[in-house]
Design a protein around this ligand. Structure first.
Ligand code: SF4
Ligand code: SF4
Length: 115
């Protein structure tokens, strides 16, 4: 579930507001997105993936954390934007699709015909 927007890192591009499939964010008066409907978050990580400056933290849990995260802890634990890094989005990173050898497509398609 979306838990945190870093106002220090945010460059007010509004990408997260636009890409969220469930309209969780509102654009704040200062341009920094506000988590307005946290309960609608689907924990899809799309906002975190799109944020160009790793300003977002989506916790991998469906329920909200009991206490609001502290930015210094998120930075120390290297989790701000960590999903984006994992999937290789961002300059100089290796895209997950380039290294993933999981034969996913073979699992959902019918077997190849041989004759
Ligand atoms: S994790 Fe998905 S549903 Fe939740 S705020 Fe981000 S984009 Fe929206
Ligand atoms: S995508 Fe990142 S930089 Fe852009 S508005 Fe959202 S939090 Fe700010």
């Amino acid at each position: 579930m979306i838990e945190f927007v870093s106002s220090d890192r945010c460059v007010q591009c509004t990408l997260c507001v636009k890409v969220c499939p469930t309209n969780v964010f509102d654009k704040g008066e200062d341009g920094i997105p506000v988590i307005a409907r946290q309960e609608d978050c689907q924990t899809c990580f799309i906002c975190e993936a799109y944020c160009p400056v790793d300003a977002l933290y989506v916790a991998p849990y469906a329920d909200p954390l009991e206490a609001a995260p502290i930015e210094a802890q998120l930075v120390a634990n290297n989790v701000l934007g960590s999903w984006r890094e994992t999937i290789g989005w961002g300059k100089g990173r290796t895209k997950l699709a380039e290294i993933d050898t999981t034969p996913f497509i073979d699992r959902i398609l019918p077997p190849k015909r041989t004759g």
